[in-house]
Ligand binder design. Structure first.
Ligand code: GTP
Ligand code: ZN
Length: 210
């Protein structure tokens, strides 16, 4: 495949893929600081309802940010060939939950992921959903999440083309700030042939919407 070109960012920087090593005391440090937030709010962190909250929140953060400690590309490395299948593979409506890195509030949405295999090299369909999840479970920007998914497929499967479309609802726009519930943010990244060939890209987009 030729040098990929992104729809969204023509100079998409190489995204760092290394998984972090989780600090051994991560849960304790988070819990300590959540307790401090409760105190700063004027709450009594010792009252019954709040007593276990710092530990609960710490465990929750480690769960929703578990993608920081894995390399999601690994999922795509399990591959097989498929008797000369020459058409596109599209997995649409992959539900994802992420966290906006500006406010640490949830982002809910769906991802539509498509690629055009080269020489029949395929990965399992569930691996595409695992890829989305691995990158979603981090403090994220929707644009970065979109690019990371597309670039991982391009790098590991070497397909002829990739198209990723994400639709997300950001709680930081619904619950606070501008308070615009229901608004959706749509981002896309097209690589390889679908970055150049608008007609083919349009066909894949309509299959994603069908
Ligand atoms: N481009 C982009 N922006 C995001 C994403 N998630 C949250 N934001 C935006 O990040 C921006 C942060 O803006 P700031 O002005 O620094 O923060 P703020 O005062 O809390 O902004 P408001 O949300 O407008 O109240 C907001 O406009 C959010 O809507 C994302 O995934 N991509
Ligand atoms: Zn936000």
């Amino acid at each position: 495949m030729q040098q990929p070109a992104s729809l969204m960012t023509s100079s998409a920087a190489q995204i760092k893929e290394d998984a972090l090593i989780r600090p051994a005391d991560a849960q304790e440090r988070i819990a300590r600081n959540v307790r401090e937030i409760l105190v700063a709010l004027g709450e009594d962190p010792e009252r019954e309802g709040l007593k276990e909250t710092p530990q609960r929140v710490a465990k929750m953060y480690l769960e929703i940010f578990s993608g920081l400690y894995e390399d999601p590309q690994e999922h795509l490395k399990k591959q097989f060939s498929a008797d000369q299948h020459g058409g596109a593979v599209i997995v649409k409506d992959i539900r994802f939950q992420s966290t906006c890195e500006h406010h640490l509030l949830p982002v809910y949405g769906v991802a539509h992921v498509a690629y055009l295999p080269d020489g029949g090299r395929l990965t399992g369909l569930s691996k595409l959903a695992r890829l989305v999840e691995g990158y979603a479970r981090r403090p994220q920007l929707q644009e970065r999440l979109t690019d990371q998914i597309a670039q991982a497929i391009a790098k590991i499967l070497s397909p002829k083309a990739v198209l990723v479309v994400l639709e997300g609802e950001h709680m930081c726009m619904s619950l606070r700030g501008v308070r615009s519930p229901g608004s959706k943010t749509v981002t896309s990244a097209a690589l390889g042939r679908w970055a150049e060939n608008l007609q083919e890209r349009q066909e894949i987009l309509s299959l994603m919407k069908s």
